[in-house]
Design a protein around this ligand. Structure first.
Ligand code: NAD
Length: 479
């Protein structure tokens, strides 16, 4: 008997058709658990990007004039087909990017809410009437879609990003070219199959797979692209911002984070420690809003470290399809080297490993560092792995100052029963998001999600995407 699994080769989705890259080239997409070949995908080049942008551009004048009730119906149909294809999506999240099943199901459920919320946007694209100083002049704004939107997505939450960004862009009448992460092309191809089946016209949504580092500039620098939505690392985000500036292409950048959690002495550690663990170790710290810095008031510091280590030691590292498994493999060899480097640099410079630091295959143990100093890479730089640093603080004020001592500004959290301090923190933390008595990891379809500084520019979510992906036109009528 031949037990060899047949490896599929994914194609681009352009103008409603599945087609090979022009050169017929492909690349390997590996399962991060054991680096086995998961799937092959089209390795696109500049011409494939040009074809996809041309298809989106040609479709835009027709698609923008579709009725809200039709776009709403197609979007809600996406949610129905996602429900029918739940097993495919969850399997893909597990085998393509190493999601433990609990993270895959969380992402799937969140994705459904994103699509359904986007359906509501179709009827919410509104301008307003404006009083005019000119006698007899009627003055108003009309909200219009921008045109071809480029969407570039990371590997870690591909379904959340697709369901939010693609759905919101389609809801307001834009057409799309998406370049998914080269480490997660299959999830986006599955999503394109679903969008296609849902009834969207050919050319409204196009997907080109390939290596973003090689072909991304052809998309973000394309003169026919009217808007760029990028999610990924701060380094690539900076580059994209510069490329966009050449054509004055507006963009939102959702980038990395070094998210702080401040814990004051009045909390109940039995409640806080499990949340602390979840806020960094979910999907092995490969979350932009994971908490990689904890500032804990000194009276409870030692007890916090002890309990945090205990909880970390019990986090499941077994079968990814076991609901108790939390710790995922690290996505790639390059990223594993980064995680190892951050730990060894910290240890070499005097940090203490309170728990973890070891590896099982491609999985890094949940790792808690104490005695972390400014000269250690892990102190200020995003690791994107299951590592967090725990610092003692002598006062709330010190916690706030240290939490703000960063170039990032994505998510943040404070745990305390003192409502005045909690609210003071929310008002004074330099992050785009703040959660009082909750984890840094939190997202909903209709909130303004995003950060400041190295964490990005702009916000996403139903309202924010509508603002970013449309423009107001001023129209007057002389009566
Ligand atoms: P990455 O920056 O390496 O890649 C992201 C995407 O950019 C990929 O699709 C890649 O192919 C593409 N890309 C690379 N060079 C490009 C170029 N020149 N032009 C256009 N596209 C290009 O990031 P990653 O490793 O996939 O994801 C991890 C990073 O994403 C982390 O820093 C994480 O914090 C961040 N992230 C942020 C959010 C958020 O909402 N703020 C969400 C998830 C992940």
């Amino acid at each position: 008997m031949n037990n060899k699994k047949e490896i599929r080769t994914l194609q681009n989705f352009i103008g409603g058709k599945w087609i090979n890259a022009e050169t017929n080239a492909t690349f390997d997409d590996l399962n991060p658990l054991d680096d086995s070949l998961y799937i092959r995908a089209a390795k696109s080049s500049a011409n494939d990007i040009h074809k996809a942008v041309a298809a989106a551009k040609a479709t835009f004048p027709i698609y923008r004039n579709t009725l809200p009730k039709d776009r709403e119906r197609w979007l809600l149909r996406i949610a129905e087909i996602m429900e029918a294809r739940k097993a495919d999506l969850v399997d893909c999240l597990i085998d393509e990017i190493g999601s433990p099943v609990q993270k895959a199901l969380f992402e799937y459920d969140k994705g459904l809410t994103m699509v359904r919320a986007a359906a509501g946007l179709c009827r919410y694209m509104r301008g307003e009437t404006i009083p005019s100083d000119a006698p007899g002049k009627f003055s108003m704004t009309i909200r219009e879609p921008l045109g071809v939107v480029a969407i570039i997505t990371p590997f870690n939450v591909p379904l959340i990003k697709n369901t939010r960004l693609v759905s919101n862009a389609l809801a307001v009448g834009n057409t799309i070219v998406q370049l998914p992460s080269e480490m997660a092309p299959h999830l986006t191809v599955l999503f394109a199959e679903i969008v296609n089946e849902a009834g969207f016209m050919p050319g409204a949504y196009n997907v080109v797979t390939g290596n973003g580092h090689e072909i991304g500039d052809y998309l973000t620098g394309h003169k026919d692209v009217s808007f760029v939505s990028f999610t990924g690392s701060s380094v690539v985000g900076q580059h994209i911002n510069e490329v966009c500036a050449k054509n004055k292409t507006p963009n939102t950048l959702e980038l990395g984070g070094k998210n702080p959690t401040v814990i004051l002495a009045d909390v109940d550690l039995a409640q806080v420690v499990p949340l602390a663990a979840r806020s960094i170790f979910m999907y092995a710290g490969q979350a932009c809003i994971g908490s990689s810095r904890f500032y804990v008031e000194r009276p409870i510091y030692n007890e916090f470290v002890k309990r945090f280590s205990m909880v970390a030691s019990k986090l499941g590292m077994g079968d990814l399809r076991d609901p108790n498994t939390v710790i995922a493999p690290i996505i790639s060899e390059r990223q594993r080297a980064r995680v190892k480097d951050h730990i060894s640099d910290a240890v070499a410079k005097g940090a203490t490993v309170a728990f973890g630091g070891g590896w099982v295959g491609n999985r890094c143990q949940p790792t808690l560092l104490t005695d972390v100093k400014e000269d250690m890479t892990v102190c200020k730089t995003e690791t994107f792995g299951p590592i967090t640093s725990i610092y003692p603080i002598d006062s709330y004020e010190e916690g706030l100052a240290k939490a703000n001592d960063t170039e990032y500004g994505l998510s943040s959290a404070i745990f305390t029963k003192d409502i005045d301090r909690a609210f003071h923190f929310a008002r004074n933390i330099g992050a785009g998001m703040c959660h009082i008595n909750g984890m840094t990891i939190h997202d909903e379809a209709h909130v303004p999600f995003g950060g400041n500084g190295e964490s990005g520019v702009g916000r996403e979510g139903t309202d924010a995407d509508m603002e970013a992906m449309t423009e107001l036109k001023w129209v007057t009528v002389q009566l």
